[in-house]
Write a protein that binds this ligand. Structure first.
Ligand code: ATP
Ligand code: MG
Length: 696
């Protein structure tokens, strides 16, 4: 999801509660395994060393804070916000929201009346506190040996220079600036430079096509774009500048002119080898170093827009999600701190690209607000060898690793030796986001990568939610493979049936959110009606997530898949995530995707796409044994009707399976696949079609 935006392998291949700050605790923590898949069960009790520097050592500690956050959100968030720098404090009645379309327009206002600047809080605040020489970014290039270290002081100066350049070309508060960069230090720097001026950044993942980029520039009317001459992803060159040129042409044809392009010189495309538009294009290396290294921040209203970002488009047309400044800042910092047990100076690595919400909240803003040392890796995970990630973990002594299930499965498929070759003793917390993590991948992460020492933090959230919504807190309560467990502070999840009736106790339903939370989406760019319709018209007074979810008797929430993807087999509601997890638990299967198809008797049947492990044959015996695995783990009613061998799965550039395409292929509607341009590898579609089977 954008949320995700992870290094999808197929892309080529605060405050009071912190009383115990600094104390190292060795806690005994029980890890309960509910899903009995694969025979492997996490032992009841594991030794987990963690420094609960947040002061939350148990579920009871959490419950106390959670109650406060929900009963008195204005007070709870106000106390935390006081730890940040504000030019003007918020008004006493700063927390207001209306989530009910019938009683007026949907709106959320938090810290209303307050004025702040998030770049100041990410950088100046820490430098003023004496952290200027602490590493801010530890950058690793695509190729081994390419590295760069930037301190907080250096990043602050560079941000000021870029901000001064932006000012020199006329960028003012409220203007949108497009950013189309590979994962180099200049990417978060460009974001912060915009933020410093109160300009609204729109980061477009540097893998999107010219048309996608043009469409996003037109939608938010950005006339300035920050880009690079090129990029490398594994052994593949990405012709960024050519794509920008093509996008500018497309935009011009539609009446939108890109006035300025600031171009970072990337070694993949040095000067002279890069197409150039005189008057429009400016080399970063010529323009930025000449700028002053200080720049007054623009104090903005808490409710002024901070950035806009398009969703990953797994379910349809991407939406331009708009986030606010104050609420987002406090939400990003607080979730990053508690979910990852993050403290100043911790080495933290989020593998997401800044092109997705995860990269915004947990690569750029969240960790910087917490004064962490951020690892940034430009390349792809398996380049040049399958141990690249583990090599970086060892080299940088990464404490927290935040990544995605798609990547975890790809790494698992390479075998354990690659992991074990490298020292991982620095690791304390392992996080996952983007899609449901199947228990087998969860266990591999926990047992092999984390050597059973590190809590696995399965975070559920969305581009629209801005920050983590449901997630374990490290060491505070037992995790459960595949479950995001409990809601974060201030988040009130509810499960409803399809008529909108709230369901209580252990049950399954559609996940909605009551009340609002600091980093909630404020609107969709240029279309507040669409915002209201998409999220608040389905169920009165509730934010509709679009995800199905189960709550067990411990109160744990487990995402079962998208509501649109729920399959109804002979009256049984079957979550796609569960069938996929059961298939993936089978040794022969690396990844699976299931969709529902019309079935004469059952209403809907289950159609499963299975990607086999390298040494596996698509035999009749394997097919039978995969079906048997689903029968055993879920029940006979969930047994797939069709197994379609797939050389790979169609995924968005953020690594999510595009089931809408798989649904069409399943019913032979090859001409109705729709827009496949946001796919990481569109060629996989033909490859899947060519392996079609008919067994229904
Ligand atoms: P679009 O809304 O355009 O279809 P998208 O929903 O894929 O795109 P994101 O906001 O990146 O865009 O993804 C959010 C979705 O990702 C969630 O609604 C959920 O389906 C899924 N998701 C994210 N994290 C988790 C998780 N930990 N467990 C289960 N599902 C998750
Ligand atoms: Mg979505």
């Amino acid at each position: 999801a954008v949320l995700t935006g992870h290094l999808a392998p197929q892309l080529s291949g605060l405050e009071r509660a912190g009383a115990l700050a600094g104390s190292a605790i060795l806690a005994r923590r029980s890890t309960v395994a509910t899903s009995q898949e694969g025979g492997a069960v996490v032992p009841d009790t594991v030794q987990v060393e963690y420094r609960a520097r947040t002061g939350i050592h148990s579920r009871a500690d959490y419950e106390r804070m959670y109650r406060h956050s929900v009963d008195d959100p204005a007070g709870f968030w106000g106390d935390i916000a006081a730890g940040f720098v504000w030019e003007r404090r918020w008004a006493p009645d700063h927390f207001s929201y209306n989530l009910d379309l019938q009683s007026g327009r949907v709106s959320t206002r938090i810290f209303a009346g307050g004025r702040t600047n998030i770049a100041f809080n990410c950088l100046d605040r820490h430098v003023e506190a004496g952290r200027g020489s602490q590493p801010c970014f530890l950058w690793e290039g695509n190729d081994v040996g390419q590295e760069r270290k930037m301190t907080y002081g250096e990043v602050l100066q560079e941000v000021c220079r870029v901000a001064n350049w932006l000012k020199s070309v006329g960028v003012r508060k409220g203007d949108a600036v497009a950013i189309y960069l590979p994962l180099i230090c200049e990417l978060p720097i460009a974001m912060l430079a915009c933020t410093r001026l109160g300009a609204v950044h729109s980061v477009v993942f540097a893998g999107f096509s010219a048309d996608s980029l043009a469409q996003r520039c037109i939608d938010c009317r950005s006339r300035v774009i920050i880009t690079a001459s090129g990029g490398m992803r594994g052994s593949k060159r990405v012709e960024l500048k050519q794509i920008v040129d093509a996008a500018a042409k497309v935009a011009a044809e539609k009446g939108h002119k890109i006035h300025k392009a600031l171009v970072v010189e990337h070694p993949a495309a040095p000067r002279g080898k890069c197409p150039w538009a005189r008057g429009r294009d400016v080399w970063y290396g010529d323009a930025v170093p000449a700028q002053q290294a200080t720049c007054q921040v623009e104090w903005v209203d808490a409710e002024d827009p901070l950035f806009l970002l398009y969703t990953s488009g797994s379910t349809g047309n991407p939406k331009g999600v708009v986030h606010s400044t104050g609420g987002y800042m406090v939400g990003a910092a607080t979730t990053a701190k508690y979910c990852f047990d993050l403290q100043p100076g911790d080495v933290y690595w989020c593998t997401a690209d800044c092109g997705w919400i995860t990269g915004h909240t947990y690569l750029a803003y969240g960790p910087l607000l917490n004064a962490a040392t951020n690892v940034i890796y430009e390349g792809v995970p398996l380049h040049p060898q399958p141990d690249r990630m583990w090599q970086i973990v060892e080299k940088c002594k990464v404490r927290t690793l935040y990544t995605a299930p798609t990547l975890i499965r790809a790494l698992e498929a390479q075998g354990d030796t690659w992991v074990k070759k490298h020292d991982r003793s620095s690791l304390r917390v392992l996080g996952s986001v983007g899609e449901p993590i199947n228990p087998r991948a969860w266990r591999w992460l926990f047992e092999v990568v984390g050597e059973r020492r590190c809590p696995v933090i399965d975070t559920w959230w969305q581009t629209e939610t801005g920050t983590v919504m449901i997630s374990p807190l490290p060491g505070a309560w037992p995790e459960s493979p595949g479950s995001a467990t409990l809601p974060f502070f201030g988040v009130v999840p509810v499960l409803v049936n399809d008529k909108g009736k709230e369901l209580h106790g252990a049950t399954e339903g559609i996940l909605c959110i009551k009340q609002t939370w600091p980093a909630a989406i404020r609107t969709i760019k240029g279309d507040h009606k669409r915002f209201e319709q998409t999220y608040f018209s389905t169920f009165k007074g509730l934010y509709f997530t679009g995800d199905g979810c189960r709550r067990d008797d411990r109160g744990y929430y487990t995402i079962t898949g998208r509501v649109d993807d729920v399959i109804n087999v002979s009256g049984h509601r079957v979550g796609t995530a569960e069938v996929e997890a059961a298939l993936a638990a089978h040794g022969a299967c690396v990844e699976a995707a299931v969709v529902g198809v019309e079935h004469k008797i059952k209403g809907q049947g289950i159609y499963a796409y299975v990607a086999l492990a390298q040494d596996e044959e698509p035999s009749e015996a394997t097919r039978k044994s995969l079906i048997a695995a689903v029968r055993q783990h879920i029940g006979a009613f969930a047994a797939p009707d069709v197994i379609h061998w797939a050389p790979g799965l169609p995924k968005t550039r953020s690594g999510k399976i595009m089931r809408r395409i798989l649904r069409k292929i399943a019913v032979n509607a090859d001409s109705e696949l729709g827009d496949v341009s946001t796919l990481a590898d569109p060629s996989v579609v033909q490859a899947i079609i060519s392996m079609r089977v008919t067994q229904l």
